[in-house]
Write a protein that binds this ligand. Sequence first.
Ligand code: AHM
Ligand code: MG
Length: 332
Amino acid sequence: SDSKLAYSVGVTLDRFIKMKQDDFPFASGELSQLLRDIGLAAKIVNRETNRAGLANIAGAFGNTNIQGEEQQKLDVIANIRFTRALTKGGEVCAIVSEEDDEVIDLQNSSGKYVVAIDPLDGSSNIDVNISIGTIFSIYRRVTPVGSPIQPEDIMQPGRNQVAAGYVLYGSSTMLVYTTGHGVNGFTYEASLGEFFLSHPDMKAPQNGKIYSINEGTYNHFEPGLREYLENCKKLEYSARYIGSLVADFHRNLLKGGIYIYPATTKSPSGKLRLLYEANALAFIAEQAGASAIDGEERILDIQPSSLHQRTPLYIGSIEMVKEVGALIKKRR
Ligand code: AHM
Ligand code: MG
């Protein structure tokens, strides 16, 4: 395939996007430009992330900014970087961000795309030097270009996504995305300042031996989930939980496994957000041959009713998701 070929000759993210664009000669190229904008913002956030540990001593080597402002928190910085990139690019009409209560209407009625983004997920991990991530979903607006944006442009089910991706700021930085034709992963080469195609056409193992869940609230889990977890233990699966969704998801996608953030009696809809956490990863999962449900329903079929709504999430290897789904159904 052309992505395998690209891999062998060292293809940058920008070039890969261009190659894909050439497959669609009648497309306007705006989605391609939007993906490049996100790639650039990711590089900037990567730079800030790498300096996070130095924030408090930066002044010592003359790095305080000219206004003498206090260092902003990294998730705030990431939000500013991504919103700026999406605003300046001109392809986007509205942004939904974890960091903003309301929809950001860019007053750019010629923009075709709506973006939902968690600029820096897992931010409680920043201070302890553990992997964090960015998650994004891209939708085409449903109302005509040129008119003011409407709620139905924003409240679209995940199956309408035209592209989605994540950036993992880990032991290396990676950008993984799909436009609905498979999933491709790129690794950042810092000295060259480029993402290179390193994981062409990613496919998740059908089954796995890793389960990732915060079991601290086990007493509040429903019976079917408890039974599934007991099975994982009988089979001596590996428990792996970073507490950083992108990192846990990425590992399980490559190695085979399931990530679960369930409903509990205290949080009946779980913790994670449908619009800018679950949907993007569910789209990528399905494109890689894995799957994602809320315990019952396919994540991508959920009709959102509010901007920051939560959903339980069961995501990963297709056989594992099927098995836990069946147990939940049986015990409800
Ligand atoms: P955040 O959006 O406030 O960063 O929370 C999301 C994170 C996920 O990355 C992670 O999987 C989950 O919260 C961990 O939650 P918990 O500490 O309850 O296990
Ligand atoms: Mg988050």
